[in-house]
Design a protein around this ligand. Structure first.
Ligand SMILES: [Zn+2]
Length: 86
């Protein structure tokens, strides 16, 4: 496993996480979006991840990661790290 220490519950979750970006960008088709949202409603880890991703994008858009709460900022920085090294 090279994806870090987050547990992957299923293929469905991997699929959902892969499509998160497109979901937040509104790039998914209606059917796919509905399916994904249904999964998120059932799956706490994926919902948590979606919320984080959403907050992350908002912060980046406003260019104020320095003002993020310390715990969130730490998550953002480790996320960026993951993105760069991954
Ligand atoms: Zn899931």
């Amino acid at each position: 496993m090279e994806m870090g220490d987050r547990p992957q519950c299923s293929d469905e979750c991997r699929e959902a996480l892969r499509r998160l970006g497109a979901l937040l960008d509104g790039e998914l088709g209606e059917v796919t979006q509905t399916k994904l949202e249904r999964h998120l409603a059932d799956c706490e880890p994926c919902t948590d991840r979606r919320d984080f991703e959403e907050g992350f994008r908002e912060l980046v858009r406003r260019g104020c990661t320095d003002q993020a709460p310390p715990h969130l900022r730490a998550r953002i920085l480790s996320q960026l790290d993951e993105t760069v090294t991954g």
